[in-house]
Design a protein around this ligand. Structure first.
Ligand code: ADP
Ligand code: ADP
Ligand code: MG
Length: 652
C-alpha cells in the first residue's frame, strides 16, 4: 500500500497506528516534541524525528513542520490520528500539494463538516434533524438573544468551531444570556480563531450515540454500527461501548440510516463518525456533528466487527475500494472501552502530572489495552490526560463488564494519579446496566466520588511494604558487613529486615502505627497487638519517598508510610512476637551483647546493640524478667526478625 507512514500524533493513538502500519509492512516515522523525547511512540516507530518544543502550538499543531518532516524523511503518507491536526483542511491540502497521501477524508469533506453550523444545515437539507435551536449566519447579539428566547431555556451556546468538549456554555435563564454569550464568543475566538456560535436547546437526559462510517473514493459509504458514549465528564467521553445498549431497533435503524445518508450526500471518503444526541426515551436522534477522523473509541467498533479500522483507513487513502459490503458487516457481542486518564476524579477530574513508576497492562481473553505509556513515562502538562484505554469484548454485555472489572483489577499504573478506581466504581454501579445518559456520573455519585477508605488490611500491607523497602535499602547499601548479605531477598520471611514499627498516614488523615513482625508463619502486620488480615487482590506495590503505591482491587493508592525512627535516626524496634522476645529490628551485625543468661532486666533496658548501615540500633527488653537465652554473639550477621534474646518474665 504505502512504503512508509508518518504519524503526526503522540500517545496511545500514535502507538496504535504504528502497530497496524508495522503489521502491513510499512516503515513507521514518528515525530515528537521536546517533551516527548523518551515517549513510547518514539521508541516504537522505525524512526523518529524532533519537530519542536513541548508546546503543541509550536510542534504537533504546526502543519508546515509536519510536512517538512514528511518530505525530509520521504514519508509516503501522513496519518494524523485524532485531535491535533486531524481535522485541519490546511494539512490535508498541504499533503495533496506535496504529493503525500493524507490518511483522512478529502479537504472538501473536512471543510463541509468543520463548522457545526454548516454541518447542521447540510444535515437538515438531507432530512437529518439537529437539536432545535439556531444555526444561522446572523451572529449579532440581538438576533442570538431573540433566537435563544424563542428556543427557551436552559440553552446551550456552542462554538461552531469547537471540539473536544470545549467551547460550550449552558445558560439557564434569559437574564444571563447576553453575558454568557459575550464570554462564549471571546473564548471561541481565543481557542478556535472563530467566534461564531450556535444555540441548542439543552437536552435534559441526553444519550450520546454515534455512528462509525466508512466511505471510499469510489462513492460508496457504509456504517459499522453505532457506539454509545453517554458516560462523560465535562462534555468529554469516559466510557464508550458498542453496540448501544437499550436501543430500540427502530431508533437504531433511524440512526444508522441518517448517518449513511449524510455521509453519502457529501461523498464522504474516509473513516468518520456522525454524532447524535437522543433524549432518553425519545425516538428521534438529533445530529450533533461529524468528526472527520479516527475516533478515540474506535476499538469497540473493531471488537464487534472484527475489522482493523486503521487498516481500512489506510486502504481507503490508498484508493482501494471498500473491501466489504454493508451486509457483510456483522456485529458480534458487546465491547466497552474505559479511558484511563491522568486525572483526579475526587477533585473535579483535575489533570495529574508525574512519572509512571510502575506499569503493568492486564492480559486475558477479550481484553485489549491501547497504551501510550510504560514504566518511566512522564505525564507532562502539555497534552491531554489520556494514558491508555482498556477495552473488553465478550459475547454478552454482562460478560464484557466482568472482563473489564478483571482488567481493572490487574491494571497497574503507579506514580501518577489516575481515574482507575473511579472507573471501577462506574462499572460496578447498578445503574451501569440501565439506559446510560450523560447525567450518569452526577446521578450515580450525587455527592461526588471519593475512594472507599482503605481497610485495616490494606494499611497492614502498606506497613509491610514500607518495612520491606527499608530492609532492601539497607541491603542495597554497599557498606561493610552488608556485602555479606548476598542472598537476602526482600519478601522472603528470613529476609524481612523489619521487625519494624511503621507509621502509616492514609489520605493525609490520622496516622496509624502498625508493627511488622516476622513470625514462624510469615510476615504479619499488627495494630494494637491484633493481627490485620491480608487485603484482597493486590496488583503491585512500589515504595518511594516515604510513600507506598499499590493497587488493591482495581483502586490505586498512594499512602504515606515511614518506619518510625528514634532520636538517633534509628528505626524503632517493633513489638516482638511475644512481649518477651527481642528480635532483630533490621538485618545487621550484632555490635554488643549487654546481657547474659540469668541476668535480671527492667522493661526498656537495652539488651543488644545492632549495627546497621553504620548506625547503632539499641534493642530494649519490652518486659522485665530474667534472661532465658541469648542467640548470637558480637560480630555475627543476623537477618531481620531474627530472635536474639528470650526473657523469662517476672512471675505475676
Ligand atoms: P472522540 O470523539 O474521538 O472521542 P474527543 O472529542 O474526545 O474525540 O476528542 C479527541 C481528542 O481530540 C482529544 O484529545 C481532544 O482534546 C481533541 N480534540 C478534538 N477536537 C478538538 C479541537 N477542535 N481542538 C482541539 N482539540 C480537539
Ligand atoms: P464537541 O465538538 O466538543 O464534541 P458536541 O456537539 O459533539 O461537541 O457535544 C459534546 C457533548 O456535549 C455531547 O456528547 C453531549 O454530552 C453534550 N451536548 C452537546 N449538545 C448538547 C445538548 N443540546 N444538550 C445536552 N447536552 C449536549
Ligand atoms: Mg463531539
Amino acid at each position: 500500500m504505502f512504503e512508509s507512514v508518518l504519524i503526526a500524533n503522540r500517545g496511545e493513538i500514535a502507538c496504535r497506528i504504528i502497530r497496524t502500519c508495522r503489521r502491513l509492512g510499512m516503515r513507521t516515522i514518528a515525530v515528537y516534541s521536546a517533551a516527548d523525547t523518551a515517549a513510547l511512540h518514539v521508541e516504537m516507530a522505525d524512526e523518529s524525528h524532533p519537530i519542536g518544543p513541548a508546546e503543541a502550538a509550536n510542534s504537533y499543531l504546526r502543519p508546515e513542520l509536519i510536512i517538512a518532516a514528511a518530505l525530509a524523511h520521504r514519508a509516503s503518507a501522513i496519518h494524523p490520528g485524532y485531535g491535533f491536526l486531524s481535522e485541519r483542511v490546511e494539512l490535508a491540502a498541504l499533503c495533496e500539494a506535496n504529493g503525500i497521501v493524507w490518511v483522512g477524508p478529502s479537504p472538501r469533506c473536512i471543510a463541509a463538516m468543520g463548522s457545526k453550523i454548516e454541518a447542521k444545515r447540510l444535515a437538515a437539507s438531507h432530512g437529518v434533524p439537529s437539536v432545535p435551536g439556531y444555526h444561522g449566519e446572523d451572529q449579532s447579539p440581538e438576533r442570538l438573544r431573540a433566537e435563544a428566547d424563542a428556543v427557551g431555556y436552559p440553552i446551550l451556546i456552542k462554538a461552531s468551531a469547537g471540539g473536544g468538549g470545549r467551547g460550550m456554555r449552558r445558560v439557564d435563564a434569559p437574564g444571563r444570556f447576553s453575558e454568557e454569550l459575550a464570554t462564549a464568543k471571546a473564548e471561541a475566538m481565543a481557542a478556535f480563531g472563530d467566534d461564531r456560535v450556535l444555540l441548542e436547546r439543552l437536552i435534559t437526559r441526553p444519550r450520546h450515540l454515534e455512528v462509525q462510517l466508512a466511505g471510499d473514493k469510489h462513492g460508496r459509504v457504509i456504517h459499522l454500527f453505532e457506539r454509545d458514549c453517554s458516560i462523560q465528564r465535562n462534555y468529554q467521553k469516559l466510557v464508550e461501548e458498542a453496540p448501544a445498549p437499550h436501543l430500540p431497533d427502530e431508533v437504531r435503524r433511524k440512526l444508522l440510516d441518517s448517518a449513511v445518508r449524510l455521509g453519502s450526500a457529501i461523498g464522504y471518503d474516509s473513516l468518520g463518525t456522525a454524532e447524535f444526541i437522543l433524549e432518553a426515551g425519545d425516538s428521534e436522534p438529533y445530529f450533533l456533528e461529524m468528526n472527520t477522523r479516527l475516533q478515540v473509541e474506535h476499538p469497540v467498533t473493531e471488537a464487534i466487527t472484527g475489522l482493523d479500522l486503521v487498516e481500512l483507513q489506510l486502504r481507503i487513502a490508498a484508493g482501494e475500494a471498500l473491501p466489504i459490503q454493508q451486509d457483510e458487516v456483522v456485529a458480534r457481542g458487546a465491547a466497552i472501552e474505559l479511558r484511563i486518564n491522568a486525572e483526579d476524579p475526587a477533585a473535579g477530574f483535575r489533570p495529574q502530572l508525574g512519572s509512571v513508576s510502575r506499569y503493568a497492562a492486564p492480559e486475558g481473553p477479550g481484553l485489549r489495552v491501547d497504551s501510550g505509556v510504560r514504566e518511566g513515562s512522564e505525564v507532562t502538562p502539555y497534552y491531554d490526560s489520556l494514558l491508555l484505554k482498556l477495552i473488553a469484548h465478550a459475547p454478552t454485555r454482562e460478560a464484557a463488564v466482568a472482563r473489564l472489572d478483571a482488567g481493572l483489577r490487574q491494571l497497574v499504573v503507579l506514580g501518577v494519579g489516575t481515574n482507575q478506581g473511579f472507573l471501577r466504581d462506574v462499572v460496578r454501579h447498578p445503574a451501569f446496566d440501565d439506559v446510560l445518559t450523560t447525567r450518569f456520573i452526577a446521578e450515580a455519585f450525587p455527592d461526588g466520588w471519593s475512594p472507599t477508605p482503605p481497610s485495616d488490611g490494606l494499611l497492614g500491607a502498606v506497613a509491610i511494604a514500607a518495612a520491606r523497602h527499608a530492609a532492601a535499602a539497607i541491603e542495597a547499601a554497599p557498606l561493610g558487613p552488608w556485602g555479606m548479605l548476598t542472598g537476602f531477598r526482600v519478601g522472603t520471611r528470613a529476609g524481612l529486615s523489619a521487625a519494624c514499627r511503621v507509621q502509616v498516614r492514609p489520605g493525609g488523615g490520622k496516622p496509624v502505627v502498625i508493627d511488622v513482625v516476622a513470625g514462624p508463619d510469615g510476615v504479619r502486620a499488627r495494630r494494637d497487638g491484633t493481627d490485620l488480615s491480608a487485603p484482597g487482590a493486590l496488583a503491585a506495590v512500589h515504595v518511594a519517598d516515604g510513600t507506598v503505591y499499590l493497587v488493591e482491587d482495581g483502586v490505586p493508592w498512594a499512602i504515606a508510610a515511614v518506619p518510625l525512627v528514634d532520636a538517633l535516626g534509628q528505626p524503632a524496634a517493633a513489638a516482638a512476637d511475644s512481649a518477651t522476645d527481642v528480635l532483630a529490628a533490621t538485618p545487621g551485625m550484632i555490635a554488643q551483647v549487654l546481657v547474659e543468661v540469668g541476668q535480671a532486666v527492667q522493661p526498656g533496658d537495652v539488651v543488644i546493640v545492632l549495627e546497621a548501615m553504620k548506625l547503632m540500633l539499641s534493642l530494649p527488653a519490652k518486659a522485665g524478667g530474667r534472661i532465658r537465652a541469648v542467640h548470637g554473639a558480637v560480630g555475627q550477621i543476623v537477618t531481620g526478625g531474627a530472635l536474639l534474646v528470650e526473657i523469662e518474665p517476672d512471675a505475676g
